[in-house]
Design a binder for this molecule. Sequence first.
Ligand SMILES: [Zn+2]
Length: 626
Amino acid sequence: MGTVLKSLPPEAQITRVEYEGPRIALYTRNPRFLQQNGHIISEIVNNVKKRVVVRTDKSIRKNEDEAKAIVEAAAPAEAEVSTIFLDPALGEIIIEAKVPKALTQESFNTIDLTEKTGWKVKVRKAPSIPSTSIQSIYYTLKAGADDREKFLRDIGEEIFRSRLIQENDVSILTLGGFKQVGRSCILVTTSESKILFDCGIHPSVKEPWNAYPRLDWADIDLDELDAVVISHAHLDHTGFLPVLFKYGYRGPVYCSEPTLALMTLLHNDFVKVASLEGGNVLYDLRDVREVIKHTITLPYGLVTDVSPDTKLVLNNAGHILGSSTVHLHIGEGAHNIVYTGDFKYGKTLLLDSAAWNYPRVETLIMESTYGAKEDIMPSRAEVEANFVNIINSTLKEGGKAIIPVPAVGRAQEMMLVLDAHMREKKIVEAPIFIEGMISEATAIHMAYPEYLSRDLRTKILETGENPFRSEYFTVIDHPSNREQALQQGPAVIMATSGMLEGGPIIEYFSQLASDEKNGVAFVSYQIPGTLGRRVLDGSRQVSLMGEGGKIKILDVNCKVVKVEGFSGHSDYNQLMRYVGKMRGKLQQVIVNHGERRKVENMANVISRVYRIPTMQPGVQEAVKIY
Ligand SMILES: [Zn+2]
């Protein structure tokens, strides 16, 4: 800290230098000086090899109403500012505008505004529909601003404490998601640190010892954990995270900004569903808020210290919005781990392909959901043509095409596909009804266009055209409005959940599945044990939990098809190609996140074809990797 202070000229008017989580924060009474002399900060960064941020000193910050009024007056009408939010913990004023481009012009000078208000000005794209999850994050951060300031200072002290042990030792403990899909969780231990990658639940399993990560077996105190890193928002990777906070974890969670928003949505929904069902509630909203207060979001590509001997970089994983591969540098270049999380090495309409060009990676921990030889997806063009045929054959007979979708990711991809093909008249024009959390998840997608595929981002930001707001879509926002989707005539119905495990889709399925005119198209992976998997595997009679908790026996006479290829996961070829890209750097590959047979196949093929040692541990194994 002393070195930092010495390299700053008096004009910078620095009042304090403090840790702010993984960064060093310089508090200044003269923000203009440092904003205009960027080289000073670059030099400090080069010297101390740490991230540095400039904050305004509290003494120069105008009160919130005044600051807000100044910004409101300065923003041109064509920017269509929808929200102005102040974060006192960081001294930031965040402006959400429908047309953020209008705030980059000369007339709206953020340096001037920072000087006038005493708050740092940040501009963000406003979603066309406001997202309640993002709003709740804002409120939680604001309400907890004092705690958060202290938390960030304390975390900084922990991260930048000096090392106690000089040798490097790296092991992983497999706590969940090995030779299985569900409850992903890995504990990485180095000589100095303990870092958890993901903390999920198994969605279709009831016994706690099989449904949750085996933290009990790892026998660690939650205070011993330096950090939790979340690869993406799906509950099989994040569903157990609030439980850590329920039992007293108060350390940092690192993930991308969209991951925080999407996971907040899924956690809140989980609490809602659990309280409706009664019985044992795993965690409540208070724990979800603790997660928000302790999360430090990182953009892709930024190197961040997370403990005295580890640095973290997140990169695009191409799986869902904000999904990240986790790159951990250990001990000043001693060893590098890349954990893929769920990833797609291939482009979709929604996202760009997963990053692969890591400067160094010795240990790759890779998922293998589609790791069997036969898991080869047709080309994207064939996939779409096939999907168009299936939907058309149902619509032409006047039937309903039912598409069960997970709210996050696949739903938005399917919206893009349906809209594009209907627009080109390749799919018979029919109303598309959407129900469940899909709309809120879509709002979050619109709030972070910089995380969408290049084509889609350009469309939304440059041309103002927004396929998520197509006139084909009708949102069913209440069960009482389902009549319009169920009445006579062809229609597409998209609803959650994706595996027929609860959600509004159950209601549509139970009303429509017995009529052979209709069709169900599964577009996502069906975990064994779920109702979706049973129907897909050919069950023609299933029992459903109907409204009011009554069991209903349902004949499934409608067409049931699986549309392969829209997956957010890499297929067999993509997995192999991904490893192939890195083969020169790799010392070992640990295969996880797949049914046993797929993991085994993937591990065997990689060692045979690429001559790289592989491991295929199950849950509850300790593996020394360096
Ligand atoms: Zn996933």
